[in-house]
Design a binder for this molecule. Structure first.
Ligand SMILES: Cc1ncc(COP(=O)(O)OP(=O)(O)O)c(N)n1
Ligand SMILES: Cc1nc(C(=O)O)sc1CCOP(=O)(O)O
Ligand SMILES: [Mg+2]
Length: 236
């Protein structure tokens, strides 16, 4: 039984956000690193990741474009149903969408206004927006007609991103899910083994960077997350 408020959003359940493969990042990924990131995306999608966000910061627009194209090609080979979105850059998404398996963008609070992004990207595009507090969710509700989901984090403190927001913990999600008019995706130090507990809070999915980037077996990570969402409401 699907207990989520948004039953058509199952592609969000296992959400891979790309990161860097090097501990002390060079200014941006070189060709070898791009290949390594693409390989992790391929393996995550093979395990059932429903969406990949291209976000390997720091990165120039040129390298982001190259990484996005390579990920789109690889993802299409493994599972063309998978969604691909680009972090921050509406310009890169709009340039790639006609010819590549790129579906939209994930926008932060300082990026292009979601209403303008929708105007540029069109009605079929996927648009996500960052939140993580009740006031931000309430603001996001004003965009409910133009966004497809919100990211909400951090779940726990994470070295990947300092948002300045307090960690939500498991107990923070039910109120955000209840208040939010679009599906909520949890992010921030989420591990595959957290997926069951987070699914039980009502989130539509979990977004993971290091849990995939540092995994020996990214396919197994995606399978574990999907299994947790598949059994939501049955084992709990
Ligand atoms: C699914 C998801 N949720 C939140 C974020 C954070 O986005 P943003 O605030 O734009 O910060 P950066 O990722 O750009 O550093 C996200 N990327 N994905
Ligand atoms: C990109 C991002 N946004 C966050 C938020 O709270 O909005 S937390 C985060 C990083 C998530 O990376 P990891 O899985 O390595 O902790
Ligand atoms: Mg962003």
């Amino acid at each position: 039984m699907d207990q989520s408020k948004h039953p058509n959003e199952s592609f969000l359940e296992c959400y891979f956000v790309t990161g860097r493969t090097v501990p002390h990042p060079t200014p941006e990924p070189d060709e070898a690193e791009i290949e390594a990131i693409v390989d992790i995306a391929r393996r995550a999608v093979a395990g059932g990741a429903g969406i990949v966000q291209v976000r390997s910061k720091p990165i120039s627009v040129r390298a982001l474009t190259r990484l996005s194209v390579n990920i789109a090609v690889a993802v299409e080979e493994v599972n063309p149903q998978t969604k691909v979105v680009i972090d921050d850059r509406v310009d890169v998404a709009v340039a790639l969408m006609p010819d590549h398996l790129v579906h939209g963008v994930h926008l932060g609070q300082d990026d292009l206004d979601p209403r303008l992004a929708r105007r540029v990207l069109g009605p079929q595009a996927i648009i996500g927006l960052t939140t993580g507090t009740l006031p931000l969710v309430e603001q996001a509700n004003e965009y409910a007609d133009v966004i497809d989901y919100v990211g909400a984090g951090p779940f726990r403190p994470t070295p990947t991103k300092d948002s300045g927001r307090e960690p939500l913990g498991l107990e923070g999600y039910p109120a955000l899910v209840e208040a939010c008019r679009v599906p909520v995706v949890a992010i921030g130090s989420v591990r595959a083994e957290d997926a069951g507990d987070l699914a039980a809070t009502g989130v539509a999915g979990v977004a993971i960077v290091r849990g995939f980037m540092q995994a020996e077996d990214p396919t197994a990570v995606a399978q574990e997350v999907n299994q947790a969402f598949a059994t939501r409401g049955i084992t709990r």
